[in-house]
Design a protein around this ligand. Structure first.
Ligand code: MRU
Length: 351
């Protein structure tokens, strides 16, 4: 098991810009190995997002922004029309990697918006890179604000259940749901965490358990199938999760299994909190418009290289589910905490 030993900071830096390439922690190798993937062009970036080297809504948004920066910087043309066409090809490839987390689209659109009406290629290259760097910086600040906003909801001695990984590794640093957990700990309150393993990709056991242990936050790992029993035993005070997309109706798209946690939390009168930055809100679409990513059957029929089901079995493997607003107690954002009715509070928040 790799353990980080940095003197200045205890945080994992998921995404780092290194002047002419992007350095990503290879999350497919954690927790047994801390290794990095170098992305030297936008195709590398698209591959890294698609293969889950980098994952988590805010992290893929910022990575996508650097992908466009690489496409711009690497372009050799001095013809504006050709340059913009190259950028548009890079945009489409990166956009096609994962459909559900809105941060990906949000980040690409924010960059494209920034360069509308610019006519000088070297200026455009600089503007794109500056914007990507700004987004990376903003992400950390946003996560810290969400953390501070969330602290008041928790008390000394609380046990918090979380699902998937909404930590440092799902963002540039600090995390969304785990950012709140970090902030609660930093405020001096003693808390413990129950992390679900999050089949089939195991973001809970591979990433969340790793991150929290590294932060010296008390964490116990449970099988996904134990959620109801653990709640019924009274072992959970709050549930805190991240989000990949939140609609204006308050529907939350997040890692598969989130909906089950929310239903069970409601049954056991446990508050269910979602932590997400405003970049995760999608005010345009309705639930039926959103594509839920369907991933490879290999994720289900294998654990590592070991086959655990008949190889020719039919498999349904959605990566995300939808939690309806009636199951969500509060949504914690960098702009404040909102409560139901979400159609009203989201509108007000985003104005
Ligand atoms: O498939 P993943 O690992 O990208 O899914 C990640 C999640 O569902 C997270 O909970 C979500 O992105 C919020 S992360 C801050």
């Amino acid at each position: 098991m790799y353990s980080l030993n940095t003197s200045s900071s205890n945080e994992l830096l998921t995404i780092e810009w290194k002047n002419n390439y992007l350095l990503l922690i290879d999350q497919t190798k954690l927790p047994t190995k801390l290794s990095y993937v170098k992305c030297r062009d936008y195709v590398d970036v698209a591959d890294a997002i698609r293969s889950l080297v980098v994952r988590g809504a805010p992290a893929i948004g910022v990575t996508a922004a650097f992908g466009l920066a690489l496409a711009a910087i690497n372009s050799k043309t001095s013809n504006l029309k050709i340059f913009l066409r190259e950028l548009s090809i890079a945009y489409s490839l990166i956009r096609s990697t994962r459909p559900t987390a809105v941060n990906l689209q949000w980040a690409l659109d924010r960059i494209m918006q920034k360069i509308t009406n610019l006519g000088d290629i070297s200026q455009i290259k600089k503007v794109i890179l500056d914007e990507a760097l700004l987004m990376a910086k903003e992400d950390i600040a946003t996560n810290k604000s969400m953390g501070l906003n969330g602290v008041k909801l928790f008390s000394d001695g609380d046990t918090i259940m979380t699902h998937c990984n909404a930590g440092s590794l799902a963002t540039v640093a600090y995390g969304t749901a785990l950012g709140v957990i970090r902030a609660v700990k930093e405020s001096g309150k003693k808390i413990s965490v129950i992390a679900t393993e999050t089949r089939p990709v195991m973001q809970g056991s591979r990433l969340t358990a790793f991150e929290l242990q590294h932060e010296k936050i008390d964490v116990s790992l449970i099988p996904d199938t134990a959620v109801g029993y653990i709640m019924a035993k009274g072992l959970v005070k709050h549930v805190v999760v991240g989000a990949d997309r939140i609609l204006r109706t308050g529907h939350v798209f997040n890692k598969i299994g989130t909906y089950q946690l929310a239903v069970l939390a409601k049954t056991h009168s446990i508050p269910f909190y979602v932590v997400a930055p405003s970049s995760t809100f999608d005010l345009k679409n309705m639930p039926k418009d959103i594509v839920i990513e369907e991933r490879s059957k290999d994720e289900v029929i294998k654990i590592g290289k070991q086959i655990i089901a008949p190889p020719n079995i039919g498999v349904i493997n959605p990566a995300f589910d939808i939690t309806p607003p009636k199951l969500i107690t509060k949504i914690i954002t960098e702009k404040g905490i909102i409560s139901p009715p979400y159609t009203k509070s989201i509108k007000k928040l985003m104005e």
